[in-house]
Design a protein. Structure first.
Length: 70
């Protein structure tokens, strides 16, 4: 898995890991937390919800919420 794919997986799993049964490895969790710090908690929750609950693709989420897909 390349760095870009890890970043995408990490962003997806943030906040909704337990509720959606997404497996996150400890090293990915640390990287995920570091990458997502730049966004407010509210925005991070919207990003993950849009992808996991509303089933938007990463590209659709980034366009919809005006965030980087990385």
């Amino acid at each position: 898995m390349n760095n870009s794919e890890k970043c995408q997986n990490i962003a997806i799993a943030q906040e909704y890991t337990a509720q959606s049964a997404v497996m996150v490895y400890p090293e990915e969790k640390e990287a995920m937390e570091e990458l997502m710090k730049a966004y407010s908690l509210d925005l991070r929750e919207k990003i993950v919800k849009a992808h996991l609950v509303e089933k938007y693709s990463i590209r659709q989420v980034s366009a919809r919420l005006s965030v980087s897909k990385n």
